[in-house]
Ligand binder design. Structure first.
Ligand code: ADP
Length: 814
């Protein structure tokens, strides 16, 4: 039995040894302290060491160099077998690099260390490590890893976005490269499912579903063409933020779909820009063409070098009076001297050189009519050719207005500077000719009394008439109609036939006459006529002529005002002179009685004066005082009249009584002078009463009688009153007649004015201040009457004045 048992053990050991010796893995046994007990041939081979070299060495031997996969050094105590011995647990398999001195390189081993226990012992007494040489495998793995990394790098560096999605078992985003992440703004980590990708990229659910279905159906169709997508919009917050083009490649064998995408936003934008630019260009071309065709501005397109008209719009060719472009191109009659083709070319070249050229230009139409244009030339490329683009607007009206303004200004000015009518009219004719043909131009002055025209100035080709009756003449018609007339030959003939006018002078084609006014009166006619062109004048011409006429009227009026002014000035000067004379006179007048008073008062002081002398002196002093009082009263009265302070007090008074009173009062004075006073006419007692201001009436009569006494040396002074009836109105007319010195005819009017004496040099007559008659006149007028004088120098004067005759009865009735 023992033999059998020994035999069995031997066999088992034999088997174990054979296995140990032949197994391809390396096997090493180590004791508890780590020293190597045995190593099989595979181990020797792998480590490049013989059993003898190894036996007895521990793991702690510094010659072992072990590293982890990361290249970190592994300490002897951390060798897998040492850990297994220490912990009593199986370690591994772990991959460790071990330095093989023989080869001077690391061999990579996959090691499993197992602790061995004796029956009933808790701690291992030995361990064995089994290991495979995996150097080659590891090299392969590293290689693969590198490859993968390369692929990864390539994927990330590719300029297109790539996503790899697995289809089975369920769609999953396997990988997206950097470009893809950038295009869509998502990263692999954010995309646990394909669905999450859709959600991230297309926020709008409806749109998302649409795109998704399309992509899925395209993929399912298996048609590679349908898997190519162009310019799919990517939206964010409802806005397209970019466009991408994508291609899906189905790798059925691998169960993946590879999606490649490129960001086409820029290209799409550039494309859009090109499209927009193209549309824009088309639009502007259309706009230009419309503008050109329909513009109210006349447009020419000219050859830059020859000035030829390449094209013209309708406005342009019709402006010159042509029906079509060709007619314009074949003609050059629209060039009005002094403007010439050479000038035009020069300007075109100037525009070509300077860029833009603006100027005024005079043109002629086919009809010969001349018109002004404001032209703008600018170089422009049209249909690929360098052209001159010319636009022009008609400024004839403006020009005409400017000219009119200038002419009218000059005419207005001429009325101020011309010395006499003839130079004025000559200057007007010349200036006006710039606007209207004034070859035949005349001014006829109208004499209303004789109903005749005279000509102060005339310039006519055919007629030289100086004077003609207004009646039945064309010029006279203006006076009768009181307005401007523009008559053409047929109108004139008609008027002649109807007998309204007669033909004077030559028959003209057109006649234009405007009235010459002075205030409301027509004082003459300003006329022009043309013997050849019936269209020489129009409405505008009429207006211009009316203006000219008003200027001439004003000039005439100014002349008249000047005359009035001169008269007024002379009058003012005379009145000033009279005032000075009066003042001198007045001081004399006051000084004379004053001297009398003072002188005789002085004489009175003489002690040896007789009574008679004394009496005489006192009388003189009294008279002088009286005279001074009169003068002062006169001055006070006149100033009260002038300042409007003089009142009228109406009362019933008996005229006869007053006349009687005056007669009695003045009789002694008159007789003392050796003359007679008679009261000839009186009113019948029944009619002697009237209503008037008695004081004023008395003052006037007394004044006149005093003057009669003053200015007579002999004869009779006669006065009286009678009733006058005219036009159912009654008045009283008084008179005072003398046979004195009389008043020169030219002074008869002036004596009624203040401070005026008939002849202030007449020393004898100097008894008053020249105010008496002025006061009398003022009183008479206040009472409602008139005063005047009839006188013959050296023979005598009769003063008359009237006042209204009002009975008590009449007054009550009114
Ligand atoms: P006065 O007599 O104080 O000079 P009046 O106003 O009464 O002033 O008269 C103005 C002038 O008219 C007189 O200076 C005189 O030359 C003239 N005159 C007035 N009355 C007569 C008359 N009866 N006869 C002649 N001359 C007269």
């Amino acid at each position: 039995e023992r033999k059998q048992a020994e035999e069995a053990l031997r066999k088992s050991e034999e088997q174990h040894r054979r296995l140990f010796e032949t197994i391809s893995q390396g096997v090493i046994y180590q004791a508890v302290d780590g020293h190597i007990i045995s190593a099989n041939p595979s181990a020797e081979k792998m480590l490049g060491l013989s059993l003898d070299q190894m036996r007895g060495k521990t793991s702690m031997d510094s010659r072992w160099k072990m590293i982890t996969e990361n290249g970190e050094k592994v300490h002897g105590s951390d060798h897998p077998s040492m850990i297994a011995l220490r912990t009593g647990e199986k370690i591994g398999p772990v991959t460790r690099g071990i330095y093989i001195p023989e080869k001077d390189e690391y061999a990579w081993l996959s090691i499993t260390a197992t602790p061995l226990f004796r029956p009933d012992e808790e701690k291992p007494f030995q361990s064995y490590a089994v290991f495979d040489d995996i150097t080659l495998k590891k090299q392969h793995e590293d290689e693969i890893k590198k490859q993968q990394q390369l692929i990864h790098t390539i994927l990330n560096k590719l300029p297109i976005g790539i996503a790899i999605n697995t289809v089975e078992p369920e769609p999953k985003v396997e990988l997206v490269n950097e470009n893809f992440a950038q295009i869509y703004g998502v990263r692999t980590e954010d995309l646990p499912t394909v669905e999450s990708f859709w959600e991230a990229v297309y926020e709008d659910e409806a749109f998302r579903e649409k795109i998704k279905n399309r992509i899925l159906s395209d993929i399912n169709s298996g048609d590679p063409k349908r898997m190519q997508w162009h310019d799919i919009p990517i939206t964010k917050k409802g806005k397209v933020v970019k466009y991408v083009s994508a291609q899906n490649i189905l790798l059925e064998d691998h169960g993946v779909i590879i999606s490649t995408v490129t960001d086409t936003t820029e290209r799409k934008r550039a494309e859009n820009e090109i499209i927009n630019a193209r549309n824009h260009a088309e639009e502007s071309r259309l706009r230009f063409e419309t503008l050109f065709a329909e513009s109210p501005v006349s447009i020419l397109i000219l050859d830059k070098d020859t000035g030829e008209v390449v094209d013209a719009n309708k406005t342009a060719y019709s402006a010159y009076g042509f029906d079509n472009l060709a007619a314009l191109q074949q003609s050059d009659i629209w060039m009005e001297p002094p403007y010439s083709l050479e000038d035009a070319l020069e300007r075109i070249q100037k525009a070509a050189h300077d860029g833009i050229h603006v100027f005024e230009w005079k043109n002629r139409k086919v009809t010969g009519e001349v018109f002004w244009e404001l032209v703008t030339l600018r170089p422009m490329v049209i249909d690929g050719m360098e052209r001159i683009f010319s636009t022009a607007i008609d400024i004839t009206g403006q020009k005409q207005k400017e000219l009119e303004k200038e002419v009218l200004y000059r005419i207005a000015n001429a009325t101020f500077v011309s010395e006499d009518m003839e130079t004025l009219l000559a200057s007007i004719k010349k200036t006006l000719n710039k606007l209207i043909d004034t070859k035949n131009f005349y001014v006829a002055l109208y004499d209303k009394g004789k109903d005749m025209f005279t000509i102060p100035y005339e310039a006519d080709e055919k007629d030289q008439i100086e004077k003609w009756p207004a009646k039945q003449s064309t010029t006279g018609l203006v006076i009768r109609k009181k307005k401007a007339l523009l008559l053409k030959k047929p109108d004139i003939l008609k008027l002649i036939r109807s007998g309204e006018i007669e033909q004077i002078g030559n028959m003209c084609e057109v006649w234009l006459g405007v009235p010459l006014l002075s205030g409301p009166d027509i004082i003459g006619v300003l006329a022009i006529q043309d013997y050849h062109n019936p269209n020489a004048y129009d409405k505008g011409g009429k207006e211009v002529l009316e203006f000219v006429s008003s200027q001439i009227s004003m000039a005439i009026q100014r002349k008249m005002f000047m005359k009035d002014l001169v008269i007024a000035k002379e009058k003012a000067e005379e009145s000033n002179r009279l005032k000075s004379a009066f003042l001198a006179n007045m001081s004399h007048e006051i000084r004379t009685p004053m001297n009398g008073i003072l002188g005789f008062a002085e004489l009175l002081k003489e002690p040896q004066l007789t009574d008679e002398q004394q009496q005489q002196y006192i009388e003189i002093i009294e008279k002088s005082g009286e005279r001074m009082l009169n003068i002062i009263n006169d001055i006070v009265d006149i100033s009260r009249i002038e300042s409007g302070l003089m009142d009228v007090t109406l009362k019933e008074s008996n005229i006869n009584e007053q006349l009687d009173y005056l007669y009695t009062f003045f009789k002694p004075q008159v007789e003392a002078k050796g003359m007679q006073l008679t009261l000839t006419d009186m009113l019948s007692p029944k009619k002697a009463n009237t209503i008037t201001d008695r004081e004023k009436l008395l003052a006037v009569l007394a004044n006149l009688i005093k003057n009669a006494i003053k200015y007579s040396h002999e004869g009779t002074i006669e006065f009286g009153c009678k009733i006058l009836e005219s036009h159912g109105r009654a008045s009283l007319q008084f008179f005072v007649r003398d046979t004195g010195i009389g008043i020169p005819k030219d002074r008869q009017h002036a004596i009624f004015e203040r401070f005026i004496q008939a002849d202030i040099e007449d020393t004898e007559a100097r008894q008053g201040a020249g105010l008496g008659l002025a006061i009398s006149k003022a009183y008479v007028e206040m009472l409602g009457g008139e005063i005047w004088v009839e006188s013959i120098e050296g023979r005598g004067s009769t003063f008359y004045f009237t006042i209204p005759y009002k009975t008590h009865h009449q007054v009550l009735n009114t």
